[in-house]
Design a protein around this ligand. Structure first.
Ligand code: GLU
Length: 494
């Protein structure tokens, strides 16, 4: 690619972004980074009725969470702004005006009722719907009469009546449409806003976009765009239409946005690394069988030639698999960062390192490292670490039984005694303490290992299951361990 690549992600802020939108953003971002170009964000807020307050912010937040930074766009600026289409209306007006003057577009005064009736009749006759071009050849006098009645016109593009319009999609080759199948589409609405077609083309040109990567549902719109490029005398960008995303039953991916919105995945404890990894493989594949990718690795590997043309299938279980993988393999510090909001929500705090041998950061990493194998998503993690955050344990029935065994008192007393003599209770010290305790009690009191470890665990966590006992001890710290042993003995004797 000779010139500097410029690509854009151009969402319409009509609701919270879902995985499909984000896949488009990711592919554009990867394309820009791989080919050393610029990634632009442009908010296409020209449909006033459908624009939903705040969804632009959700889109930007989602991208930032996933690590997809932009070179130009909202909150960032750049030399081709503004990056909200609602702030560029004068540019669309002047371009529409130019087409009107060149007789490549015209004002249409047909009322919505008339258009509705027309559609009805077309349907009745089994014809495809489309504007019947009533206003295409209006005389000046007729137009003035409508204006005098105060009718706000729309502006329509004069599509050539015959011939073909073709465009090149880098993956699919040439796609052509007979002009007779394209009606005189609206480019400027009566509320003064442009339609998607005009705004998209004018902006892609003015923003010097070189490559358009977008969902393949836009293929039918492409001939309109090409006609506009031709009318303006501009070169169109290169196009890559991304494969459709189907659900498992082969239908179009569920429109129940709440379920697939990116914010919902974030809330449900998915890591951005997992979402990126999964989405990258939804319509793109490397030349080998590698499946696990970090974002920076994807940048190196992402060539457009390996984008697929056939639809991809959204598979929740596969996404979950990626999430589990990344939860288990990313550095504990990274997981710790992400888990903080869940801990705050569950326990009103995100660490409890005071009185332990660890700094708050080390403590949280130790916690994460010892329970991450147990969880499929981060929102499940708090349930596994109640012992470390809560005062006052709830004992399971099994734990109660273990603590009532006649040998439990012996084990717990010896355990508390040993604890008192350690200065620093890190994981290593906790391990040696447990080893020595075991050796001593097995030899002297003829206890079995489980008659020692089960009561200790039960007294510290209220349960017989959970992370390594040495980690539990280190997470609680010396004083809390001693206190728990005491508490459990009290509750035993009561
Ligand atoms: N605003 C359109 C969308 O939300 C952009 C389509 C395009 O990239 O041309 O999908």
């Amino acid at each position: 690619m000779s010139e500097r690549v410029r690509v854009r992600f151009a969402p319409s802020p009509t609701g919270p972004p879902h995985l499909g939108n984000v896949r488009t953003a990711l592919f554009n971002w990867l394309f820009a980074r791989h080919y050393g170009g610029a990634f632009i964000i442009r908010i296409e807020d020209t449909d006033v009725a459908r624009t939903s307050e705040g969804s632009d912010r959700l889109i930007l937040e989602g991208l930032r969470w996933l690590g997809l930074d932009w070179d130009e766009g909202p909150q960032k600026g750049g030399g081709f702004g503004p990056y909200y289409q609602s702030q560029r209306l004068s540019m669309y007006h002047s371009h529409a005006q130019r087409l009107i003057e060149e007789r490549q577009a015209y004002r249409c005064y047909c009322s919505p009722q008339r258009l509705e009736e027309m559609r009805h009749e077309q349907q009745g006759r089994g014809q495809p719907p489309g504007y019947d071009r009533t206003c295409r050849d209006l005389s000046g006098a007729e137009a003035r009469r409508f204006e005098a009645q105060g009718i706000e016109p729309v502006v329509r593009f004069s599509v050539p009546l015959d011939g073909e319009t073709a465009f090149h999609d880098s993956l699919r080759g040439e796609i052509s449409f007979a002009n007779s199948t394209v009606d005189d589409f609206v480019i400027l609405k009566s509320d003064g806003y442009p339609t998607y077609h005009l705004a998209n083309v004018v902006d892609d040109h003015l923003m010097e976009v070189t490559d358009v990567l977008r969902a393949d549902e836009w293929i039918p719109s492409a001939p309109r765009h090409i006609l506009l490029y031709k009318a303006f005398g501009w070169d169109p960008p290169r196009y890559i239409h991304l494969p459709l995303i189907l659900d498992k039953s082969g239908g179009k991916m569920s429109k129940r946005l709440g379920e697939t919105s990116i914010a919902a995945y974030r809330r449900r404890g998915y890591l951005p690394e997992a979402v990126v990894n999964y989405l990258a493989l939804l319509g793109w594949s490397p030349a080998d069988t590698q499946e696990i990718f970090r974002l920076d690795e994807l940048v190196g590997r992402f060539t457009w030639e390996r984008i697929s043309v056939s639809p991809s299938t959204f598979d929740q279980e596969r996404l979950d698999w990626f999430n589990r993988w990344h939860i288990r393999h990313l550095p504990a510090g990274r997981i710790a960062q992400e888990v903080v909001p869940y801990l705050r929500e569950a326990y009103d705090r995100d660490e409890r390192s005071q009185g332990t041998a660890y700094s708050p950061e080390e403590w949280l990493e130790l916690l994460v490292d010892n329970v991450r194998e147990e969880v499929d998503s981060l929102d499940q993690l708090p349930a596994h670490v109640g012992f470390a955050f809560l005062d006052g344990l709830a004992f399971t029935a099994e734990a109660r039984e273990v603590l009532r065994a006649p040998t439990a008192r012996t084990a717990l007393e010896a355990f508390a005694e040993r604890l008192k003599s350690v200065d620093r209770l890190g994981v290593a010290e906790a391990s040696s303490l447990l080893r020595e305790l075991g050796d001593l009690l097995v030899e002297k009191e003829h206890l079995k290992a489980r008659e020692i470890m089960f009561p200790v665990r039960a007294s510290l966590t209220g349960s017989l299951h959970g992370p390594s006992l040495a980690a539990v001890m280190a997470l609680l710290g010396k004083e809390r361990c001693i206190q728990r042993v005491r508490d459990s003995q009290c509750s035993l004797s009561s």
